[in-house]
Design a protein around this ligand. Structure first.
Ligand code: FMN
Length: 357
């Protein structure tokens, strides 16, 4: 349903145009410094950039209303609330009977005629705001264990970053609007979003995420593997369409001799000389950096004329979508991928006994 995680659980609530959105984060032990400056900084990375993001302006002030005493977690469930202030619901009622192609309206309304259609209701990208706040709390806990999570934009449309990237690049991407790793790539991505947007269209792209300093062995046997749990977390992000670890799809075309990563000893530790496997072997972390990619589709709400159906008159109709939408979700999705990754890794470390709570 609306809860994810086993030892560390996030329960999400609210809707895009309701008074508030939020979540309850359970399983965080006492004594963690809930650094509000850091939470605010991560929230700002999810906010839209003028020109390449929605015109909806929310201040995204995070209120933590339980589970904290004088800035430190006290072991109780952490309740996070964010107000929705800049809502404009008038454009949405038509989608109840004229569903937007590519959006959740159709399945939401057929399954539940009472679905809150305003702003996409609970299916809106807006719901990722409390996830970023909760994920940042998890990230703070991971950082205390020396585990580092970072993401960046690998591609938008056909603008692709072909360089090999690492944790430092992920950190640098925080300075660029598209979350690219370098200014020339950022400029290219920005331009291609503007171009699609000027035509009333939208673009998709790829977010790459790295997790460094994970201990060896995080991940449970078979159905609770680290890759399986990460995939579930990533697919819970709206508009996520494919998930790839290490060389992913390419590995299906390679030979074993090319794809196997040879083991080697350095100091007293075991490494692999290459990292085609992306840091997961047998569903468990190998000690090498975890590297995976999330493929996002283009934003469904575009301002071109589209074909849909009228569910009342049962006829084909033309639809023109008004309102405020992201012409590309990807730059904002990087912070969401980082947050959901932080939650998943913390949960899996707790389940494996790597951390006590
Ligand atoms: C951060 C973020 C922002 C989003 N913004 C929009 C938007 O402005 N307009 C829109 O139509 N979809 C937007 N989406 C995507 C929709 O929520 C999503 O495509 C829709 O719920 C259907 O789900 P699905 O694509 O996973 O099938 C956004 C998603 C994310 C993660």
């Amino acid at each position: 349903m609306n809860t994810i995680g086993t030892d560390i659980r996030i329960t999400l609530w609210g809707s895009s145009h309701g008074s508030h959105i939020g979540c309850v984060l359970e399983g965080i032990g006492g004594g963690l410094d809930l650094d509000m400056e850091r939470i605010t900084a991560e929230m700002s990375l999810r906010r839209p950039t003028s020109g390449i993001g929605t015109a909806r302006r929310e201040d995204d002030e995070v209120l933590i209303v339980s589970g904290v005493t004088e800035g430190v977690s006290n072991g109780d469930p952490i309740s996070i609330m964010i107000a929705n202030k800049d809502t404009s619901s008038k454009d949405y009622e038509q989608f109840r009977h004229r569903p937007r192609p590519g959006h959740a309206d159709f399945t939401a309304v057929i399954r539940n005629p009472h679905h809150d259609i305003r702003g996409g209701g609970m299916f809106s990208g807006r719901m990722t705001a409390p996830l970023v706040a909760a994920g940042t709390v998890c990230r703070l806990a991971l950082e205390e264990e020396g585990v580092d999570v970072g993401g960046f934009t690998r591609s938008i449309g056909d603008v692709v970053d072909t360089q090999e990237r690492g944790a430092k690049d992920c950190w640098n991407s925080r300075g660029f609007a598209t979350r690219a790793c370098a200014s020339d790539i950022d400029a290219g991505m920005f331009e291609t979003i503007l171009e699609a947007s000027s035509q009333g269209d939208s673009l998709g792209g790829v977010v790459e995420c790295h997790v460094e300093n994970l201990p060896i062995g995080v991940g449970e046997p078979w159905f609770d593997s680290l890759d399986g749990e990460l995939a579930k977390s990533m697919f819970s992000i709206p508009a996520m369409r494919a998930f790839e670890i290490g060389d992913g799809v390419l590995s299906s075309k390679a030979r074993g001799s090319e794809m196997n990563d040879p083991f080697t000893i350095s100091g007293n530790e075991v490494f692999t000389k290459t990292n085609h496997h992306g840091g997961i072997l047998g569903g468990r972390s190998s000690g090498m950096p975890l590297v995976f990619r999330c493929f996002f589709k283009p934003t469904p709400s575009i301002s071109m004329d589209q074909s849909t159906v009228d569910l009342e008159s049962m006829e084909d109709v033309s639809l023109r979508i008004e309102g405020r939408h992201d012409p590309c979700i990807v730059p904002r999705a990087v912070a969401v991928v980082e947050a959901m990754t932080s939650h998943c890794i913390l949960d899996m470390m707790s389940r494996g006994g790597f951390i006590g709570n």
